[in-house]
Design a protein around this ligand. Structure first.
Ligand SMILES: *Cc1c(COP(=O)(O)O)cnc(C)c1O
Length: 354
C-alpha cells in the first residue's frame, strides 16, 4: 500500500507549539513583536466575500512591493507559501544526483537532508570549523557537486559568513551549478548577497517573512535570482499548486514590505536584546556564540543540553535542543522581549548555582 518513495522519508520535526498558559516560547525563532499596523488594517478591512475568489497566481502586487523595497526587477522575484516550500521547489528544480552530491554544512537547517531524501538527491555534509564557522575552502575542495546550500547566518549557530567569503566562493564554483543562500535571518545584522545577483546568474537567495516580519502564521517565503532560475521554480510551482500564497497573505505581505521603518525598528530591538542576552549568559559562565540572528546558541558550563532543556521547561520556558552529535550540549534560544529575556536569564542563573 505504501510506495518505496514514501518509506524512504524521514520528516522534519518542527519545534513544539504547545498551548500552555504563561509559557515563554523561545524555541522556534518567531518574532516577539506583532506585524506592522498595515497588516492589522488588512485584517480589519478585508471583505470576506473576496475570499470566494482564487488569489492572483502570479502574486503581481506583492512582487512589485518586494521589487520596490529591495531594488530588484519583478522578474527576479518569486513568492511561495513559506520559504520551506521554496526550498522544496528549488531542490526539485536545481539538484540532480547525476552531477554529484549537494553540499551543505554538517550542522545546519535540518530540512535540507529531509528534501534530499524526498527527491532522492545525494548530499554531502561539509564539516563546520572547530569554532562552528563555515569553511569556504572545504566546499571548493569537492570537484563534482550538484549545488551548494547554506543559511547565512547559519542555523542553529547564528554565525554569519561575510560577503567577501561569499564572493570568493561564487567566483570559484561551477557557474552551471546553483548556489542557494538561505537568508532567513539576514536582517538581524548579517550582510545580504542581494547585490551579487547581477554578477552571478547561478545565485538564488531565499528569504522568509516568518522571522524578521512577524508573519510566521501567514506562511510567506520569497526569493531573488536570475530570471532563468525564477522561471524554473515557477514551473515547479505550477506543476504542483498554482495558488500557493493566499489572498490575505499576499496583501498582508505587501503591506509589511511597504512599512520599512517598522521592520527596521523591530529588528533593531531584537538585536539589542540579543546582545544583552549574550552578555547575561556569559556573565553566569555559559558559552555563547556571537550571533547575527534572532537566536543565540549557548551551552551551560557543565549540565547536559537535555537536562537544561527539561529544567527550563519547569520554569515554563521553552528553548530548542538538537540531539545531533557535536551540538548535543548546546541550546538554541530565540530572542524574545526584554521581559522574557530577563526571566530566561534569571532561570539560567538559578541552574548555574545548583
Ligand atoms: C525558519 C527557517 C526557514 C523556513 O521559514 P518558513 O518561511 O517559515 O518556512 C528556512 N530556512 C531557515 C534556515 C530557517 O531557519
Amino acid at each position: 500500500m505504501l510506495s518505496e518513495r514514501m518509506k524512504r522519508l524521514t520528516p522534519y520535526v518542527p519545534g513544539e507549539q504547545p498551548k500552555i498558559k504563561g509559557l515563554i516560547k523561545l524555541n522556534t525563532n518567531e518574532n516577539p513583536y506583532p506585524p506592522c499596523e498595515g497588516v492589522n488594517k488588512v485584517l480589519k478591512d478585508t471583505d470576506p466575500a473576496s475570499l470566494r475568489l482564487y488569489p492572483d497566481p502570479l502574486c503581481t502586487e506583492l512582487k512589485e512591493s518586494i521589487s520596490r523595497r529591495y531594488g530588484v526587477r519583478p522578474e527576479q522575484v518569486f513568492v511561495s507559501n513559506g520559504s520551506d516550500e521554496l526550498l522544496a521547489f528549488s531542490f526539485y528544480a536545481f539538484f540532480d544526483s547525476g552531477w554529484g552530491p549537494l553540499l551543505f554544512p554538517d550542522i545546519t537547517y535540518s530540512f535540507y537532508p529531509v528534501y534530499c531524501r524526498l527527491y532522492n538527491i545525494d548530499y554531502r555534509e561539509i564539516p563546520l570549523k572547530e569554532d562552528f564557522s563555515i569553511s569556504v575552502d572545504e566546499y571548493l575542495k569537492v570537484s563534482n557537486y550538484s549545488g551548494i546550500i547554506f543559511p547565512n547566518p547559519n542555523a542553529p549557530t547564528g554565525i554569519a559568513l561575510g560577503l567577501t567569503s561569499i564572493k570568493y566562493l561564487l567566483d570559484r564554483t561551477n557557474p552551471d551549478r546553483v548556489v542557494i543562500i538561505d537568508e532567513a535571518y539576514v536582517d538581524f545584522g548579517a550582510e545580504s548577497a542581494i547585490g551579487l545577483l547581477d554578477s552571478y546568474p547561478n545565485l538564488l537567495i531565499i528569504k522568509t517573512m516568518s522571522k524578521a516580519y512577524s508573519l510566521a502564521g501567514m506562511r510567506i517565503g520569497y526569493s531573488f535570482g536570475n530570471k532563468r532560475l525564477i522561471d524554473a521554480v515557477t514551473t515547479v510551482k505550477d506543476s504542483f499548486n498554482s495558488y500557493p500564497v493566499s489572498r490575505l497573505g499576499q496583501v498582508m505581505a505587501a503591506r509589511a514590505f511597504d512599512d520599512y521603518s517598522y521592520h527596521l525598528s523591530t529588528c533593531k530591538r531584537i538585536m539589542e536584546t540579543r546582545e544583552s542576552m549574550i552578555r547575561g549568559l556569559r556573565k553566569i559562565g555559559w558559552d555563547c556564540l556571537d550571533s547575527k540572528s534572532n537566536f543565540v546558541f549557548a551551552r551551560h558550563p557543565s549540565m547536559e543540553g537535555r537536562d537544561v532543556l527539561a529544567r527550563l521547561r519547569e520554569h515554563k520556558i521553552l528553548v530548542r535542543h538538537f540531539t545531533t552529535p557535536r551540538i548535543d550540549r548546546w541550546l538554541r534560544i530565540s530572542i524574545g522581549t526584554n521581559e522574557e529575556t530577563d526571566m530566561l536569564l534569571q532561570a539560567c542563573g538559578e541552574l548555574s548555582h545548583d
